[in-house]
Design a protein around this ligand. Structure first.
Ligand code: UP5
Ligand code: MG
Length: 195
């Protein structure tokens, strides 16, 4: 596919900020394909015959970023498959969360239209994730892994948000509100940026 044919919005924010929840809202109401990098990695981890399973499992539990080669390849494949089905608008959720990924994706796949940044206090995210952990089955929804995810987010992923901010390509959404209130901000940003 040609980069000019596809629109990509990056959806970034701390663990539990509500990225997946709001992407689901946009999929329901607009023509978007939702690609969660974390979901793609979890699927690859469980895919029979994957040579990356153990490596991904370890990184996710430790809240570390899986090497970009794996994640970029999964995203590229998912975009291509959906493009072949006629889809052109993509929400890339939870990616790029490290500078090398940001540069590689924009050089090798397509420059993002903009980034939706979900700003949320740690206290709120912790509460949401601990609650979700009661039923999610996610190996990283426990206090020990959550703390590690927070640290990685601050040290490794915030520089990506700041990089796009310096290019004037970030819309910040304040997430310590109801799902509906957050979605109002998300809708306004999408309308403003890509119509
Ligand atoms: N909830 C949501 N919004 C709410 C609201 N406004 N009010 C009250 N409750 C709200 O929401 C989390 C919980 O909060 C849910 O129970 C929801 O109902 C409630 P969700 O929408 O799931 O939040 P989200 O931001 O998507 O949280 P998630 O846990 O998915 O974030 P992470 O970024 O930590 O997880 P992800 O799956 O993206 O990544 C997991 C791991 O994969 C990473 O830690 C890393 O190890 C690895 N990874 C990579 O290595 N590379 C990548 O590029 C991506 C991931
Ligand atoms: Mg998510």
């Amino acid at each position: 596919f040609s980069p000019k044919d596809v629109s990509v919005i990056f959806v970034l924010g701390g663990p539990g900020a509500g990225k997946g929840t709001q992407c689901a809202n946009l999929v329901r109401d607009h023509q978007f394909v939702h690609l969660s990098a974390g979901d793609l990695l979890r699927a690859e981890q469980n895919r029979e015959g994957s040579k990356y399973g153990d490596m991904i499992r370890h990184h996710i539990k430790e809240g570390k970023i899986v090497p970009q080669e794996v994640t970029v390849a999964l995203l590229k494949q998912a975009i291509r498959e959906n493009y072949d089905l006629g889809k052109k608008r993509f929400l890339v959720d939870g990616f790029p969360r490290k500078m090398d990924q940001a540069l590689t994706f924009e050089e090798q796949i397509v420059p993002s239209k903009f980034t939706l940044f979900f700003d949320c206090p740690e206290k709120v995210m912790l509460k949401r994730l601990v609650e979700r952990g009661k039923t999610s089955g996610r190996s990283d929804d426990n206090v020990e892994s959550i703390k590690k995810r927070f640290a990685t987010f601050i040290e490794t992923s915030m520089p990506v948000v700041n990089y796009f901010e310096s290019q004037d390509k970030v819309v910040t959404v304040s997430c310590d509100h109801t799902v509906e209130q957050v979605y109002d901000q998300v809708k306004a940003a999408v309308k403003d940026k890509i119509g």
